[in-house]
Ligand binder design. Structure first.
Ligand code: ADP
Length: 223
């Protein structure tokens, strides 16, 4: 039985965060908590949160810190996360959210580390315009590597589409928000000695292997 882990994964849009987080969550048997996936599910279910989030998400703006923190706090209080840990994907995204996360986490169970997947901006732009996503399970494809049959997901049979915020305009807004809000977050975690920078411009298996080496080293230091 793997021993669980408490991780935050950072990286630009299209850096491969989603793909790596799914793999890491299987490797350590902990939930993959993606704020983007949770919000898209809320939008589709037409919940109050979804209705509030939809227009900001479509244009690529960030949601208010308090709103997103409440959603994450609720999810982190569920049994799977309290028992074994979590992979946080998409949160925190600002320094203010990182400070809020500190207040949510159990003092005795702090983050093992923060993984930063580094990929050059021109590469992520190429990846994002060709990205296609399953509306039901969030599996990721591209126009170069589509599902086997039509645009039905290989994993769950759901419809595979272009995300409404994967348009050139919204991508630019999201990358600008990243530069503005998330780069200071990287410095914040580096100053606290928690940052592990991984080269994201490699095959997915190699990215995972490098990440696991870094995480295992951290876990030896803090079981
Ligand atoms: P990406 O990182 O590719 O932009 P995500 O799927 O992580 O996409 O998030 C999609 C959208 O959901 C964001 O553009 C933003 O509107 C909203 N969102 C997700 N996480 C957060 C967060 N931590 N803070 C504020 N807004 C968020």
């Amino acid at each position: 039985m793997p021993t669980g882990v408490r991780l935050v994964v950072l990286g630009k849009q299209g850096a491969g965060k989603g793909t790596q987080c799914v793999r890491l969550s299987h490797r350590y048997a902990v939930p993959h908590i993606s704020t983007g996936d949770m919000l898209r599910a809320a939008v589709r279910a037409r919940t109050a949160l979804g209705l509030e989030a939809e227009s900001l998400m479509t244009t690529g703006e960030l949601l208010p810190d308090e709103l997103i923190t409440r959603m994450v706090a609720e999810r982190l209080s569920e049994r799977d996360a309290t028992a074994r840990g979590f992979i946080l994907d998409g949160y925190p995204r600002t320094v203010s959210q990182a400070k809020m996360l500190d207040t949510i986490l159990d003092e005795d169970l702090p983050l093992h580390c923060v993984v930063n997947l580094e990929v050059a901006t021109d590469l992520v732009l190429q990846r994002l315009v060709s990205r296609r996503t399953c509306v039901d399970c969030a599996a990721i494809y591209s126009t170069n590597e589509p599902p086997i049959e039509g645009w039905s997901c290989d994993v769950c049979g759901g419809e595979v589409v272009q995300r409404p915020d994967d348009t050139a305009e919204a991508i630019m807004t999201r990358l600008q928000a990243y530069e503005r809000e998330t780069l200071p977050l990287i410095n914040f975690y580096a100053e606290r000695g928690l940052l592990e920078t991984i080269d994201g411009d490699q095959a997915p298996d190699a990215v995972l292997a490098d990440t696991v080496i870094a995480v295992e080293r951290r876990k030896r230091e803090m079981p």
